[in-house]
Design a protein around this ligand. Structure first.
Ligand SMILES: Cc1cc2nc3c(=O)[nH]c(=O)nc-3n(C[C@H](O)[C@H](O)[C@H](O)COP(=O)(O)O)c2cc1C
Length: 363
């Protein structure tokens, strides 16, 4: 059996294989509620055989949404709206996960297909983005965020903890903190976005403080026997970014603070993404492997891992613990079935539910 299809046990959770659905915002929610679209979207990948299904960046507070159409977890009714999804994912033996997030200074944009920009302050759906420092992200994300006060910081950290409690109540068994992609957690860590002179800015220790405190607040409410993970942007490929060694040090501190797995990703702290090696398959895997070795923490990563042989090698050579896919699954929600075929599994149809498996014998 190719290692990609081996089980992965972490805390009280067992993934049936090493294939995870990377979180993907759908910008399809009304008032933060999950709906039939989200069920079809995540249900499709569950039918397709992924062992872990992580729901999109879900805002912990209204101003933490990327767009007005993001899902949220700041009300109990929003949590309730996810129950059909967690129930369905569980029913097929996969693990339902969710990424909880605050968009920080990159908040308040329309749906991506409605144009790359931020909503003007006088737009009826707009709100004021917040961030560690009053510095705009740049490019089309031009609005200068309100510099967070200490009260804002504690309020947002409490919102993360409350969202985690609601996520558990909704049936999620895998939680990912979004500390990547230039959103709030990431921007506290990045010297490109964080110019504070108080305890939350400046030194490595201070720039890590928001992330570690948020992790602690969530760990205190998220069940000990369930995996708590974070997606951290560890590299931006731009001048002025923090050295990779700092991200590795932060991973060690997060592990000591109760983190169970790190989802290694990009920083996206500036609009300049020209040096990211987009075309290279699995380009973050060597960095993820380094973090796995030096911080001694299980890792996952995404970014261009849609070749089944490469995905399998990354697992069998113990470079990664879980591979995450986004665009590869959009293109082919039955990617695990096709990967099983490509890797020579006897009855690849068995990767799919009984309703499909028998009909695909010999195919
Ligand atoms: C439609 C779409 C929405 C995304 N939304 C999120 C998100 O909610 N949270 C996140 O951390 N990354 C998000 N991403 C990034 C993916 O999770 C993934 O890391 C990235 O696409 C690289 O993986 P891939 O090469 O398999 O596409 C999104 C990507 C896509 C294509």
């Amino acid at each position: 059996m190719p290692e990609l299809f081996s089980e992965f046990k972490i805390k009280g959770v067992r993934l049936k294989n090493r294939i995870g659905v990377s979180p993907m915002c759908q910008y399809s929610s009304v008032e933060g509620h999950a709906n039939a679209w989200h069920l079809a979207h995540l249900g499709g990948f569950t039918i397709g055989g992924a062992g872990l299904v992580i729901a999109e960046a879900t805002a912990v507070s209204p101003e933490g949404r990327i767009s007005p159409s993001d899902t949220g977890l700041w009300t109990d009714a929003q949590a309730e709206s996810f129950v059909p999804i967690t129930t369905f994912v569980e029913s097929l033996g996969a693990v339902p996960g969710i990424q909880i997030a605050h968009a920080g200074r990159k908040a308040c944009t329309p749906k991506p297909w409605e144009g790359e920009r931020q909503l003007e302050p006088d737009h009826p759906d707009a709100w004021e983005p917040i961030g560690p420092s009053p510095i705009a992200f740049g490019g089309s994300v031009w609005r200068v965020p309100h510099e967070m006060t200490l009260e804002d910081i504690s309020r947002v950290q409490k919102a993360f903890a409350d969202a985690a409690t609601r996520a558990h109540r909704a049936g999620f068994r895998w939680l990912e903190l979004h500390f990547a992609h230039g959103y709030l957690g990431q921007s506290f860590f990045s010297p490109l976005a964080n110019k504070r002179t108080d305890a939350y800015g400046g030194s490595f220790e201070n720039r890590s403080r928001f992330l570690l405190e948020t992790l602690a607040a969530v760990r205190a409410v998220w069940p000990q026997n369930l995996p708590l993970t974070a997606r951290l942007g560890v590299i931006d490929y731009v001048p002025g970014e923090q050295p990779l060694e700092e991200a590795i040090e932060l991973a060690k501190l997060m592990k000591a603070g109760g983190l169970d797995l790190l989802d290694v990703s990009l920083g996206f702290n500036t609009p300049d993404i020209s040096r990211v090696p987009w075309g290279e398959p699995a380009f973050l895997a060597p960095i993820a492997h380094r973090i796995r070795t030096e911080a001694e923490i299980p890792v996952a990563t995404s970014w261009n891992i849609s070749d089944p042989q490469i995905a399998n090698d990354l697992i069998s050579k113990e470079k990664l613990d879980v591979v995450l896919l986004a665009k590869g699954l959009l293109a082919d929600p039955h990617w695990p079935y096709h990967a099983a075929k490509a890797l020579g599994i006897d009855h690849p149809g068995n990767v799919l539910p009984a309703q499909y498996a028998g009909w695909l014998k010999g195919r």
